[in-house]
Write a protein that binds this ligand. Sequence first.
Ligand code: DGL
Length: 290
Amino acid sequence: MTNHNQPIGVFDSGVGGLTVLRAMYRQLRDESVLYFGDTARLPYGTRSPQEIRQFVREILLWMAQSQVKMAIVACNTSSALALEAVRSEFDFPILGLILPGARAAVGCGQRIGVIATPATAASGAYRRAIWEMNPSARVWEIGCPEFVPLIEGDRIHTPETREIIREYLQPLLQQRIDTLVYGCTHYPLLEPVLRQLLPPEVTLVDPATYVVEAAAQELDLLGLRATPGAAMTRFGVSGCPKSFASLSRQWLGFVPEVEQVQLPDLGPSLPATESVVDTVYRVVESREAS
Ligand code: DGL
């Protein structure tokens, strides 16, 4: 039987999911969290859908063994490419970012830009979700393969990064977007630079806030809110715990204790990664002129 003080599992390929964790610290203070960063295998955003699905299965299996009461997929790439395929394999609720992010975007504007990893942009997941809610919205998705390596490499505040971000934003600014969705959980960490480059009237949407809101509602519905006073966060990574701890400090405000985790082995190796970068290193104008 599920106990309301069991942790909520939160995972990403790396530090991006910390933007979701920060939202949890603001909005769900009493909950314990089991955070996992798949740092040995990042970035996810240039991997094949098969690989992403297998990684997500392994992580959720480990989370199930660790007795989470719910999981939040704090990775848009996994939410877009794996969530629907794996959700029914687990007996706890699993929440992703696409629907809450799309709902928030639709509430903000009509000309919506989405910056995302190449895999998320290629999947069209945001576009589909936005159109289901507002068929007349215009949506432009752009794959930004360089952003995650820059953030994981702690190179956010360099002139080169600013130039790269400016280049990616250019086509969206030409389309006069009124709303920009962070379609990758790493990207809110670029906010100080993005804010300088975007016109002030563009609303930035961070799906993290909204997925945590959805998680709160789900916990209420299931009667699974934790008892106040016992919240703790456990951090695990597949790569180097020390590097993760020192990189995370600037966003968490403390140095986390991080352990290395051995994920369950799901057997045969995967087909080689197909590169999706070439196909999505451009803006996808997502509505045919009709
Ligand atoms: N932060 C993740 C996302 O939201 C994954 C980034 C990556 O590893 O490419 O998509």
